[in-house]
Design a protein around this ligand. Structure first.
Ligand code: AMP
Length: 599
């Protein structure tokens, strides 16, 4: 089917042609011919990314008098970002109809919005709270409204806008068309449909609550304490990731983003404690791909309308199952494919089952990639980047003679090896002492773990040492290796697993060097601290024969290798990432909890 066949006006067709829209999407095919008719209420169950904005926007601008100066169309949506996106889309679609679309949304100066509404407009796109405010100030007149569109209705109710929506709809004429769009159909959305609509046509793209087929859903079972390290591995395994990491709370969001930034990843947080200006800046950086990874709360990421997101990572699952639909729907938009990755601890399998039941899809169980797999991927990425590097011939020319002379006594192979190692060593160093992060979820996994270096058993032929310094003292695995190698002149291959804890650490080394290490490392200076090292005693009666008494629960090394892809940047704390000033009206989470779908 073509747009011409849907019955749209030539002015609208002209702008679609300019936009390069060749054919209507399924929701557009079903909705547009119906909405172009008279007096129709409509319920569209469709995710973002299906083309739903045009599905309601095109018939709206087609049907109204765009030159009129009183609003005939009212679009209500949950967030400022979505509000601006819809306004922009409708302005483009109505380019040849002299369209006049005005956005009103919270969290910004109300006076400019008042003056633009007062100038007269044919369509208002609004977030509920700000619209109620403008209605109460008698700035917005809704007496001429013929079309009310509720976009992302489930999100609006989820955000606590129920009373505002009722108040707005009460201000509109009785005779009107109500078009409602929602990704899911909880009872509250059905109530709105019952209360304000007459015999609506219901169109569903896929099942109700069904997930987009282009999304691959994968879950990983990890131990609670390994959640953060597992996320780093997923990122390292996907070096070209353009990803959104979802956390459950603002604190968790801030912490994960801060740790990733500290570990060298190009990541920033987005949550409701940031000012609107900060949120705008982060969004813009993410949208322009200057930022590779956005760590966000559910509420802050609502309305984030970005195509090409390759991965959604669920650091923790949301409390409400429906939020999983929204999260995963941020990837695989506009016909693309994407992955939604979920980290669960061993007790959370039941949540995976609950999502599968409700969304009528299945998860596959993934394995957190092992160090060798990640190193291979990163090495390939490094090679690709190197080959793709543009040489600035003129700039490098004056140095070439000196450069060539410096490498004169090295073969081509040796030079390559050294250049690759200069970049790659930190990955190898980080991962050579990292174990398997997959929690034992099955029999098979259990037997794997017995053979795994991450098991707490001391490796055969190794001595396990306790060191008095930890992360708090600036120690990381690389630094500990350097201390031992510098003090003893041993090669790093003599050193085994390292666990850096907050205030102390463990390190394993070849048994044969035990005395040498004790003698030479003890008392060694590290950044103003004196190193003290001793052999750990195996726990009494321990079946693995090697648990550390007192310190039995060691975590893996925490400092990440960072990524080759993303540019390193200064700590975002310096740029004010943790400003706790609240902004107006964005994260309004009034209670709506009682009837939500919990696990
Ligand atoms: P939406 O679901 O409204 O957020 O739209 C998702 C994306 O698809 C937006 O970037 C639209 O510009 C784009 N889009 C919508 N309809 C079409 C179409 N018929 N052909 C190509 N792209 C479209």
């Amino acid at each position: 089917m073509t747009f011409e066949e849907l019955g749209l006006r030539s002015e609208v067709l002209k702008s679609l042609k300019e936009l390069g829209f060749e054919a209507p999407t399924p929701i557009q095919e079903q909705a547009i011919p119906y909405l172009l008719g008279e007096d129709c209420d409509f319920v569209g169950l469709a995710q973002t990314g299906t083309g739903k904005t045009a599905a309601f926007g095109l018939p709206l601008i087609n049907n109204i008098n765009n030159a009129a100066r009183l609003p005939q169309g009212l679009i209500i949506c949950p967030t400022r970002e979505l509000c601006l996106q819809i306004t922009k889309d409708l302005t483009v679609y109505s380019k040849y109809l002299q369209g006049n679309v005005t956005a009103v949304y919270g969290g910004t100066d109300i006076r400019t919005q008042i003056s633009s509404v007062k100038k007269g407009t044919s369509i208002i796109v609004a977030t509920p709270g700000r619209l109620v405010d403008l209605i109460n100030r008698k700035v917005v007149q809704l007496g001429e409204v013929q079309y009310v569109i509720l976009d992302e209705a489930d999100e609006m109710l989820n955000m606590g806008f129920k009373e505002d929506i009722d108040a707005i709809l009460d201000q509109t004429p009785i005779e009107k068309n109500v078009w409602l769009f929602s990704a899911t159909m909880p009872n509250e959305v059905a109530r709105i449909a019952r209360t304000y609509m007459h015999d609506p046509l219901e169109v569903s793209i896929g099942h109700k609550n069904q997930s987009n087929e282009n999304i691959e859903h994968i879950y990983y079972a990890v131990k609670e304490r390994d959640r953060y390290d597992a996320v780093k591995r997923l990122i390292d395994f996907n070096p070209n990731i353009y990803g959104l990491i979802f956390c459950r709370t603002k604190n968790e969001t801030a912490t994960v983003a801060m740790k990733l930034a500290r570990d060298g990843y190009n990541a920033e947080p987005l949550h409701g404690d940031l000012t609107q200006a900060m949120r705008d800046r982060v969004m813009e950086r993410f949208r322009s791909k200057e930022l590779q990874i956005l760590v966000a709360t559910d509420v802050a990421a609502r309305g984030l309308d970005i195509n090409n997101i390759t991965h959604v990572i669920n650091y923790n699952l949301p409390d409400d199952i429906e939020n999983y639909t929204h999260r995963s729907g941020r990837t695989a938009r506009a016909g693309k494919t994407g992955q939604s990755l979920v980290l669960v601890n061993t007790r959370e399998n039941v949540k995976i089952k609950a999502i599968e039941r409700q969304m009528r899809m299945t998860f596959t169980q993934g394995k957190i990639p092992n160090p060798a797999e990640i190193c291979e991927i990163q090495l390939n990425k490094l090679i690709e980047n190197t080959i793709a590097t543009q040489v600035k011939e003129e700039d490098i020319a004056p140095f070439m003679e000196q450069i060539l002379a410096s490498f004169d006594n090295l073969s081509k192979e040796e030079v390559i090896k050294k250049f690759v190692s200069a970049e790659f060593n930190r990955f190898i160093e980080y991962y050579e002492r990292a174990g398997d992060l997959n929690a034992a979820a099955s029999k098979e996994a259990n037997s794997d773990r017995k053979n795994d270096r991450s098991a707490r058993a001391r490796e055969e032929g190794k001595t396990r040492f306790f060191v008095n310094l930890g992360r708090r003292d600036g120690l990381n695995p690389g630094a500990l290796v350097r201390i031992i190698c510098d003090a003893t002149s041993l090669k790093s291959k003599s050193i085994g697993r390292i666990d850096i804890m907050t205030s102390f650490s463990f390190v394993e080394a070849d048994e044969a060097h035990t005395q040498k290490i004790l003698k030479l490392v003890d008392g060694y200076e590290f950044e103003g601290h004196k190193v003290s090292i001793e052999v750990t005693a195996p726990s009494k009666g321990s079946s693995d024969g090697g648990r550390d008494r007192k310190f039995s629960r060691g975590a893996g090394s925490k400092k990440g290798p960072g990524s080759f892809g993303g540019a390193k940047k200064p700590s975002f704390e310096k740029r004010g990432g943790f400003d706790t000033k609240r902004s107006g009206g964005f994260e309004r989470q009034r209670n709506f909890g009682s009837k939500r779908n919990k696990y």
